[in-house]
Design a protein around this ligand. Structure first.
Ligand SMILES: NC(=O)c1ccc[n+]([C@@H]2O[C@H](COP(=O)([O-])OP(=O)(O)OC[C@H]3O[C@@H](n4cnc5c(N)ncnc54)[C@H](O)[C@@H]3O)[C@@H](O)[C@H]2O)c1
Length: 365
């Protein structure tokens, strides 16, 4: 089992453990952290079927009293109603400030459970056991926790670092290929932001990735954590550099909201968002190296959408982008690619965005 340590100045540091078939070791680490012996596991119906019983059994072996809450699967469940359900169960189970909350699942469960942990009794420890590639390479690194509102994605949330993250790569064996591809989009995003050799590695390892070669997946997860860790340690609260990680998100979130979180998965929306960012950078004349062909080929190879569909009207996209968080007064801050491995944050006035949007999204119909 390998690990990477994340250190933040204001709070604490924590370790991310990574390996295959490592559940007993992970629970061993957790049990030595001095928590109270009562814990609630937050998971969903799909993940529970495979992984809840083994986790519960390991926890009980280590003298934990365990309860679980099993939510339905899907982005639409990342909401305040489910946060309330979890709060109620924690009160009924008498969870105190020394008891850890454990999330077992993808980014939806991690974001929701983390949000609850950050607010319950002004914050209790939380442990993340991510089970999707998306959650391993992105959602469980850096402490952004949130729930969605009908008006927008992740509109209620906070920065709250976990106490420990345990990534058992063997859980990816049951992950559908489409879900693996959504996580891979985030790996591609890390690569195009910061690491051209990593981009080449992903492109040449596509068949091993599809075959879920654990060695290759471990290299991806290790590399992406490393890139994201370097950024979030420097800028925990997204005052500057961390915003680079939002490449494709403002546009992607707009599509997710307009599709009521059902039409596009987050990974699909970010893939389209990267194409959008490339188009926008070209339109603004800042793109020195156009790698949209490679992105299109990658999306096609993994059956990810390269077009968004006619039902998304430019005006609606514009309004939804304005409602997203990355907005400051009448400007929107967009992360735009300059070359492979290089991107910049550009503030675009809302009025200008409206015009540019019309031109750029034509290529996405
Ligand atoms: N906090 C952050 O920094 C951050 C970063 C990126 C994404 N996110 C959030 O993460 C969410 C997307 O995460 P996701 O892609 O993991 O989606 P998800 O949590 O919905 O999981 C995807 C699907 O895979 C299923 N699943 C999970 N693990 C499985 C396994 N091992 N085997 C079989 N099926 C499994 C789930 O039930 C679900 O149906 C979005 O809400 C997004 O906003 C957060």
């Amino acid at each position: 089992m390998e690990s990477q340590k994340l250190s933040f100045s204001r709070h604490h540091s924590y370790e991310i453990f990574l390996g295959s078939e490592i559940l007993p070791e992970l629970v061993g680490k957790l049990s030595r952290m001095g928590f109270h012996r009562r814990t609630l596991v937050v998971t969903n119906d799909v993940v529970a079927k495979w992984y809840l019983e083994p986790l519960t059994a390991e926890l009980k072996k280590r003298n934990f009293e365990v309860q679980s809450i099993i939510l339905p699967s899907g982005e639409a469940e990342k909401n305040l109603q489910n946060a309330n359900r979890i709060y109620s169960q924690m009160i009924a189970f008498d969870i105190d400030r020394g008891s850890p909350l454990i999330t077992l699942g993808g980014g939806v469960i991690g974001d929701l459970g983390g949000f609850v942990a950050s607010t319950f009794k002004r914050g209790i420890p939380y442990i993340q056991f991510p089970t999707t590639l998306m959650a391993m390479v992105d959602a469980s690194v850096g402490g952004k926790v949130a729930v969605n509102l009908p008006e927008g994605k992740n509109l209620v949330g906070s920065f709250y670092q976990p106490w420990l993250v345990g990534m058992d790569l063997s859980t990816l064996k049951t992950l559908p290929l489409a879900q693996l591809a959504y996580g891979l989009v985030e790996c591609v995003k890390h690569a195009v932001l910061a690491d051209p050799p990593y981009f080449k590695f992903i492109m040449k390892s596509r068949s091993e990735i599809k075959n879920k070669d654990i060695g290759v997946l471990q290299r991806l997860v290790r590399r992406s954590i490393h890139i994201k860790k370097a950024i979030v340690e420097e800028d925990e609260f997204e005052k500057g550099k961390r915003a680079l990680l939002n490449m494709g998100n403002t546009f992607g979130h707009a599509l997710e909201v307009l599709g009521e979180y059902r039409r596009f998965h987050h990974g699909e929306a970010v893939g389209l968002g990267i194409l959008f960012a490339l188009g926008m950078a070209k339109e603004l004349g800042i793109l020195k190296e156009d790698y949209s062909e490679a992105i299109n080929e990658f999306l096609n190879d993994f059956d990810l959408p390269r077009k968004m569909g006619k039902e998304f009207h430019p005006n609606d996209i514009f309004e939804a982008m304005l409602r997203d968080k990355k907005r400051n007064q009448e400007e929107i801050r967009l992360v735009l690619p300059v070359a492979l491995g290089q991107a910049e944050i550009k503030a675009v006035p809302a009025s200008e965005l409206k015009e540019l949007l019309n031109a750029v999204i034509m290529n996405l119909y």
